[in-house]
Structure formats: structure tokens, C-alpha cells
Design a protein around this ligand. Structure first.
Ligand code: AKG
Length: 277
């Protein structure tokens, strides 16, 4: 937990840049619990068949994302159902789930940054980049420049409900293993909203691909941080991450919270709308 004063500073930096990094935030035992949970979630999503390489291939086919909540479970989109509530899901670890409660290490900061009392758990996933093996693996582990709410652009889904990604490094991360690169918002008037700030970005197509190595060097801020550090970022902040060039898997946990439920035009939830305890 952080003090009120630190929380105020985090909110200020979040508003100015669109993201904020809390270094060395989670204790080692929480990181270990996340890593154990990741192994269970990975088995549930890609199975046990074949050797490690085959499992990595299946993870890459999922876009290097292993979802914690089973998508489209019958009760997944019920506001009163939180898959992280005690005993509900066999893949969830209580120590990890605790961090997402209103008073938990991550939940408390998420509520403050979104500034919304009816904060909902919107998504819950691990992003894991298998070690470098072939060119296809490098491409699969590279996330080109994007903003998380890009899927709303087609106009069919989502309102303009702001949401927040909480990216938890579970390994020490650097350029070599494909850490995040963030583009802070351009300078703006102090009262400007996240969306107003983001509208002043240069065209995304002008930004060099993280696959292009050195070309990306001067673009945005590369986050070299230790396991247990957490990056909180807005759904409209531009970010990307390069390929994992190392010989080890690079793991991150990325729960997302929204400022109220995110629903389609017909009122149906896009993903989770879970109230948090
Ligand atoms: O974990 C990563 O390297 C990038 C993840 C990301 O950008 C995303 O899921 O939006």
C-alpha cells in the first residue's frame, strides 16, 4: 500500500503522461504466487500435450496471452460474479486475487487513478513471451504500437468508458526480453482529459516498429524494471514492446479495471463487469 501523498503524486503523473510506474512494488512472495498461478493458467489454456516447444507454439498462437477468466463462461459477465472471489476458480491463487480487492495493492491504486468508485474488473490475463527460437517466435512476441482501447474504433463496441491496465513485471525486464515502451502524452493544459491529451499524439503509423531495433531507440520511454514493479497505464496511451530476444520466457500479469461497466450499444458486456470487493 502507498501513502495518500504518494497516491496523489501517482495520480498527477498518470494524468500528465498516461502511465505511471511503481517500481519494486509487490513483495517477492506475491510475485512467486503470480508465477505459480501463471503455470496453472497456462496449463488450462494451452494444455500439457507435447514438449515445451509445442506448448510455447500454442501460447504464441494465442498472441502470447493466457486469459485467467475463461472467456464466455456462463457467469463470466455477471456484475455480481468475480472469478477471483474465494474458491470460485480453481486456477486463481488467493494471494494474487487479494491484490485486486478495493484495499489490495493493485485495486487501491486502480480506483484512485480511475477516480471512480464503481470501478470494475474488466479483464484478467497473463502476457508471456516465449524465448527466442525462430523468426516467427520473434514476430509473435512483438507488440506493435497500439493503445488498448483501439478495438472500440470500429464503433460497434464499447462506450468511451476509460479503463486502466495494470502491467505487473514477473521477471526483470529490459529491451532484451521485450519490455514495454511507453509514449508519454504530448504536453497539454492541466485540465485536459486523457482522451484530449491522446488526441495530440503524432499519427501512430509514423512511429518506428519495435521490430526495427535501433530505429525505435529515441521513441518514448523504455521501461527497464525489476520483477514486482507495476506499470499502470490508460487505455489511450500509446505503447509497444519488442520481441523477446533472450533465452528465457518473459512473463507479466495484466489485470485491467474500468470506470464502470463497459457494454456494447445493446447493453451486453464486452468482457468482465465484475464488481470488486
Ligand atoms: O506485455 C507486453 O509486452 C505488451 C502487452 C501489451 O501491450 C498489451 O497487452 O496491450
Amino acid at each position: 500500500m502507498v501513502t495518500d501523498e504518494v497516491l496523489r503524486e501517482l495520480c498527477e503523473r498518470f494524468k500528465t503522461n498516461g502511465y505511471v510506474v511503481v517500481e519494486d512494488y509487490l513483495d517477492d512472495y506475491v510475485v512467486r504466487a503470480c508465477l505459480n498461478e501463471f503455470e496453472t493458467v497456462l496449463r488450462a489454456r494451452v494444455g500439457n500435450e507435447g514438449d515445451e516447444d509445442a506448448r510455447f507454439g500454442r501460447l504464441e498462437a494465442l498472441g502470447c496471452v493466457a486469459q485467467v477468466n475463461a472467456p464466455r463462461e456462463a457467469d463470466a459477465y455477471d456484475a455480481n460474479v468475480n472469478h477471483r472471489a474465494r474458491g470460485r476458480s480453481s486456477v486463481c491463487d488467493a494471494i494474487v486475487s487479494e491484490t485486486l480487492t478495493r484495499k489490495g495493492a493493485i485495486g487501491s491504486i486502480a480506483i484512485a487513478l480511475l477516480g471512480h468508485d464503481d470501478t470494475r474488473l474488466f479483464n484478467d490475463q497473463y502476457v508471456a513471451k516465449p524465448p527466442a527460437r525462430a523468426d516467427s517466435a520473434l514476430r509473435a512476441s512483438c507488440f506493435e504500437w497500439h493503445r488498448d482501447s483501439q478495438w472500440c474504433d470500429d464503433g460497434e463496441d464499447g462506450s468511451n468508458v476509460p479503463y486502466l491496465s495494470c502491467w505487473v513485471a514477473l521477471d526483470d525486464v529490459s529491451e532484451e526480453n521485450g519490455t514495454l515502451r511507453m509514449l508519454p502524452y504530448p504536453p497539454a493544459a492541466s485540465e485536459a482529459t486523457h482522451r484530449e491529451r491522446a488526441s495530440a499524439y503524432p499519427p501512430m503509423s509514423d512511429l518506428p516498429s519495435p521490430m526495427s531495433g535501433d530505429a525505435c531507440e529515441d521513441c518514448g520511454r523504455l521501461l527497464t524494471i525489476r520483477a514486482g514493479s507495476v506499470v499502470f497505464f490508460s487505455d489511450v496511451v500509446f505503447h509497444c514492446s519488442g520481441p523477446n530476444l533472450s533465452e528465457s520466457i518473459r512473463r507479466a500479469w495484466m489485470p485491467q479495471f474500468s470506470a464502470g461497466p463497459i457494454v456494447r450499444a445493446d447493453g451486453s458486456p464486452v468482457s468482465l463487469v465484475a464488481r470488486i470487493e
